[in-house]
Ligand binder design. Sequence first.
Ligand code: KIV
Length: 272
Amino acid sequence: MSVAQKNYKRVTVKTLVDMKANGEKISMLTAYDYTMAKIVDGAGIDVILVGDSASNVMAGHETTLPITLDQMIYHASSVVRAIYRALIVVDLPFGSYQSDPKEALRSAIRIMKESGAHSVKLEGGKEIKESIKRILNAGIPVMGHLGLTPQSIYKFGTYTVRAKEEEEAHRLISDAKMLERLGCFAIVLEKIPAKLAKQVAESVRIPIIGIGAGPDVDGQVLVLHDMLGMTHEFNPRFLRRYLNLFDDMTNAIAQYVDDVKTRDFPNKSEQY
Ligand code: KIV
């Protein structure tokens, strides 16, 4: 059992709001399966996001759009079984909440009931206000997501930095304030200018978790497989790689292939 597991005190949505008030930064990473989630939780992460980036990372799709609600529930339940301490947030996938608030609530309830996760995340501002209200009214904690919202990639056309123009920046600040008023417990801000992210973080009391949003926010999130260097096609400026697992794993597997071919594996002590 790791240090984090022995001394664990569960992270709740209230813990995160208190962390912001106390100036303590929040750490968040994605996980989509039991084994990885166990390592991430044991290492002391505050929040695990079962992101719809599973669509890219786990299933090899080009965008986050194809992943289904059933698939998100499968990933989320695997993560839930691994966790002692972290707060678990699950993305509502594209198509499960945009059409009407009742459907949004049904989708959020399925995630909470069938996976055992602690909260959900939705992309967007004013346009999904009624859905967020309905989910919150059912007692389900909601994390917002503004700036670059990958589920709308075909509307934007590219994955470039968002809200560089004044009008979009104003809209983003007003959306963040609205999400706070509605009762969201935190907001992810993706790929926006650092100066604007700082302004947003200073204008709300709920935590702002950045990805490509600079240092002056209340926490940071990265996609686990990217920061471990398991993926190597994706190289945005904001990504810090802590390992180069792509090369390490390739070398280990190549060594295994060689050991099998040369009859080096298994040796005398590796058999019965
Ligand atoms: O799905 C995801 O991984 C996300 C993060 C990029 C914040 O939404």
